[in-house]
Design a protein around this ligand. Sequence first.
Ligand SMILES: [Zn+2]
Ligand SMILES: [Zn+2]
Length: 270
Amino acid sequence: MIETLIEIVRTFAAHWFFGFQEELIRYLVAAAGVTAIFWLARRYIAARRIQQRVATMADRRREIFQSIRTVAIFPFVGLLTVAAVGLGLGQVDFGPPDPLILIIQVVVIILAHDTYFYWMHRMLHLRAMFRRAHAAHHNSRTPTSWAAYSFAPIESVTEALFGPIILIAMSWIVPIYPIAGLFFAAHQMLRNVLGHSGHELAWSGFTRSRWTGWLTTTTHHDLHHSEGRYNFGIYFTWWDRMMGTEHPRYHEKFEAVVSRGKTSTDPVTA
Ligand SMILES: [Zn+2]
Ligand SMILES: [Zn+2]
């Protein structure tokens, strides 16, 4: 009996540690990578800084602390995913992936996460939830890439619940390839750290073009941090446009940042 209990605890601890390690590496590589690249390119991208206010070291310390706490919470929710598979509620295909099905799975997971994130985010902004669940993320008025996972514990859980939900939902149709989850996680992490990076790298006309306007920009999420009441989406602008929550001056603010880039590089090249 005692041995079985020890074995269960040991298995859970191993799963937790594996998840913690994987997510921590993903977070550190992405956040530190973007920070380092932006630092090396600082001369060229300085004009593309969205806000005049500069994040302090205390801001960064808080963002890193809260993000690592999130990374420690994620694998507890990940255990639900493991349990769902164990109970047969979630199906995973460990065989060699069919490339077409793999691409479809990645796209479907990204689209589903965009929808999940928008509505979960709207819920966190409700008066009853905001202080306890989401104010911690909004302490970053001028976010940096380190803010990617800077959540209160409640938000860490609501963010992570997407994992078991999508696994169970998709298993009704097709078993998920583990590598589809990895591609999704890499895309999520990259868009997340770039969205908080405080610098706009997209070009003039990006937000209005029919080819690119459906993608969110760094300015899109930065405005959510500086003003709060608009731009709840993560990857795509569809939900904000459909629900009337896009910042009314989004295009204008975006163009102001990218044109500032043009005028301030002129004297350098002249
Ligand atoms: Zn928010
Ligand atoms: Zn944010």
